[in-house]
Structure formats: structure tokens, C-alpha cells
Design a protein around this ligand. Structure first.
Ligand code: NAD
Ligand code: TYD
Length: 342
């Protein structure tokens, strides 16, 4: 089996490549990644020695580069490549639409031309917008994205649907909840707060801290993706959730407890504009149709994740010394100074 992974140097993509090497030894994997600030070759040092793995540097929004990589022919393509952080999308929405919308359409077009047997597009529950305190999003729920990030992902989902309806192209879309685990860039809630708490820095909790996310351990997500890739129905949409609804304040308290740090590190700050209140997924489709269920208990997964960051300090310190700071200096430093405490 020959597989193209796009965005495989990021958090979920690199975990997926590691997972495939264990679960499907012998599959040939090409990782096509632009190595933006979020793409990190250090995520894949274990894969570099594998003769079945090859890295190609390239941009999904560049037609020539994408055409060239597809020229070698693939059975499967899995698209992880994206700008993925909501806060960044507030500052630079144009980049999100270029990568996540135009880039996805270019991938679909070249994949179609090259005769890929199945294309899996990795999307998010954020396309559904925000829930109140009750109910769940099913695959039939209307798309109502709030942030430029979510709107760009929703747009890409619609393009995938159109490629299936119009051209009969074999594409499947998965929509996952918030992932956590090893190799997550330390700007997302869990790794951001873990790495800050380790350094005894304050944890900027947005608003009242009562926003709810449905947390999914990254390896469970990878397992769900492989299940859908091999057994899903073309043209289908599948929710993949961990069934772990948690408020941000609850997660923050747990992180502090695991690391033995005081609650006084928590610093309430002004809310994120357009901040979705609650995400929760109804995953009965993937469970009934494909028998997939998440395996990781949230308490265990969080401890495992915190331990990974404790054991891999060089990995995240290298990041914090480099790309992240550049963005932080440009956009956040001044804002932090102006941020009113609640
Ligand atoms: P990430 O930001 O860690 O990694 C994104 C990767 O894409 C990086 O390696 C980056 O270099 C690459 N990339 C960015 N622009 C590119 C371009 N133009 N061409 C080629 N490569 C490019 O993201 P992640 O958290 O691993 O998310 C992966 C996918 O899963 C995204 O599509 C995201 O929307 C989706 N998703 C993420 C979560 C989550 O909680 N992280 C949840 C659901 C869905
Ligand atoms: P994040 O990890 O950015 O994921 P998403 O916005 O895609 O769900 O944020 C998760 C939750 O944590 C979200 O409700 C915003 C909140 N949050 C904070 O309170 N403080 C922070 O510094 C960050 C990064 C997130």
C-alpha cells in the first residue's frame, strides 16, 4: 500500500505516521509538508531510518509541487496539512483560507487526476459552531463556524463533498474533537499550560474558564482515522470524539495537580473573540458502522501527556526559543500588556 500524508510533520500527522509504522509495517509513506512554524522534523526522527518512509518538502497551495508529488501514484492520501490554531486565525485569516481552502481544493484536484483510490480529509468539530449546555453534534448538524479557522475548515469540507457528488471522487471527511498528546505544538491549551506550569509561569485562562471541549487522545484519533480510511464509505462524513467533555478550568486544575503546582498560577484574561462555548460529538455513526471507540481514559491520557512534556523538555524549549516567540512578539506581547484582568 502506498500512502501520501500531507502535513505529516505536525502534531497529529506525525503521530499518525508513527502509528501506521507500528500498525501497518511495509506500507510506503510519503510525507509532504511545507514545514511551517508548526511542522517539525524532530517529530519524525524515529521514522527517518525507516526505508518505507520519505519526506518531501512542499506546499499544498502550490499546484506544481502538488502535481509533482502525486505523479508517483498513491493508493491513499490523507490530508492533515492546515493552519490549525484559532488564535492565529484571528490575526491572519487570509493565510488560513489560502492553506485550508485553496490548498485542499488543489490536493483534491491533483489526487483526482492521478487516480488516488481514496482521499481522507481530516477536519474538526469546530465546523459545527457552538453548542449550549445540552445536545451533541451529529454528521447531519448544520455547519455554523465561528472563527476564521473553523470557517476555512468548513469550506474545505464542502469542497470535499462537491468533489464526491460532482466527480464521484472517493473522498471521506472526518471531524474530530480537540486532540491532546505527545508532539502537540505548545500554543494549544494543554501543552501551552503544561509547559508554562513547568516553568512556574502564569496560565492565561480565557473568560470564565467554563468553555467545554470534547477531548480525544491523539493515538485514539489515529486509530479512528485508519479505521475510516480502510472501512469507511466514500462521500461519507464521520465524527471522531473522545467522549471526554471537560471545562477549561477543570483541565487547568488537573494539570496543576499532576505537576504539583499552585492554583495561583491561573490568571483569568479577557475572552477570545467569538469563543465557542461548547463542543460535543455524537459518534454513533463511526461506532455502529465501523466498530470504532476511543480507548484512552482522559485522566490517564493527561498524565501520560504531562509526563511526555516533562521528559521531552528540549523538544518544546527549542520551539519556544524559535518560531513561537517570533509570533508571540509580533501579536501577543503588546496585547498581554493591555489585557485587563477579570
Ligand atoms: P499542526 O498545526 O500541528 O500541523 C499542521 C502541519 O501542516 C504542519 O506540519 C505544517 O507544516 C503543515 N502545513 C501547514 N501549511 C501547509 C501547506 N501549505 N502545505 C503543506 N503543509 C502545510 O496541526 P494538527 O493539530 O496536527 O492538525 C492536523 C489536522 O487535523 C488539521 O487539518 C486540523 O484542522 C485537524 N484537526 C486538529 C485537531 C486538534 O485538536 N489539533 C482537532 C481536529 C482536527
Ligand atoms: P485551543 O487549544 O486553542 O483549541 P480550540 O480553540 O481549537 O478549541 O483552546 C482550547 C480551549 O482553551 C478553548 O476554549 C480556548 C481555551 N484557551 C485558554 O483559555 N487559554 C489559552 O491560552 C489557550 C491557548 C486556550
Amino acid at each position: 500500500m502506498k500512502l501520501l500524508v500531507t502535513g505529516g510533520a505536525g502534531f497529529i500527522g506525525s503521530n499518525f505516521i508513527h502509528y501506521l509504522m507500528k500498525q501497518r509495517p511495509g506500507w510506503k509513506i510519503v510525507n509532504f509538508d511545507a514545514l511551517t512554524y508548526a511542522g517539525n522534523p524532530a517529530n519524525l526522527t524515529a521514522a527517518d531510518d525507516n526505508p518505507d518512509y520519505r519526506f518531501v518538502k512542499g506546499d499544498i497551495s502550490n499546484v506544481d509541487e502538488v502535481e509533482q508529488v502525486f505523479a508517483s501514484g498513491f493508493d491513499y492520501a490523507v490530508n492533515f496539512a492546515a493552519e490549525s490554531h484559532v488564535d492565529r486565525s484571528l490575526y491572519d485569516p487570509g493565510l488560513f483560507f489560502k492553506t485550508n481552502v485553496v490548498g485542499t481544493q488543489i490536493l483534491l484536484e491533483q489526487a483526482k487526476k492521478s487516480g488516488v483510490r481514496r482521499f481522507l480529509h481530516v477536519s474538526t468539530d469546530e465546523v459545527y459552531g457552538s453548542l449550549g449546555s445540552d445536545g451533541y453534534f451529529s454528521e447531519e448538524s448544520p455547519l455554523a463556524p465561528s472563527s476564521p479557522y473553523a470557517a476555512s475548515k468548513a469550506s474545505a469540507d464542502l469542497i470535499c463533498g462537491a468533489y464526491h457528488k460532482t466527480y464521484g471522487f472517493p473522498v471521506i471527511v472526518t471531524r474530530a474533537g480537540n486532540n491532546y498528546g505527545p508532539y502537540q505544538f505548545p500554543e494549544k491549551l494543554i501543552p501551552f499550560f503544561v509547559t508554562k506550569a513547568i516553568r512556574d509561569e502564569s496560565l492565561p485562562l480565557y473568560g470564565d474558564g467554563l468553555n467545554v471541549r470534547d477531548w480525544l487522545y491523539v493515538e485514539d484519533h489515529c486509530d479512528g482515522l485508519l479505521t475510516v480510511l480502510e472501512g469507511g464509505t466514500d462521500g461519507g462524513f464521520y465524527n471522531i470524539g473522545g467522549g471526554n467533555e471537560m471545562t477549561n478550568i477543570e483541565i487547568t486544575n488537573r494539570i496543576l495537580e499532576i505537576l504539583g503546582k499552585p492554583k495561583s498560577l491561573i490568571t483569568p484574561v479577557k475572552d477570545r473573540p467569538g469563543h465557542d462555548r461548547r463542543y460535543a460529538l455524537d459518534c454513533s455513526k463511526i461506532k455502529m458502522e465501523l466498530g470504532w471507540e476511543p480507548r484512552t481514559d482522559f485522566a490517564d491520557g493527561l498524565v501520560r501527556t504531562a509526563k511526555w512534556y516533562l521528559a521531552n523538555e528540549k523538544w518544546w524549549r527549542d520551539i519556544l526559543d524559535g518560531a513561537y516567540l517570533e509570533f508571540y512578539e509580533k501579536h501577543y506581547r503588546e496585547e498581554d500588556n493591555n489585557r485587563e484582568r477579570l
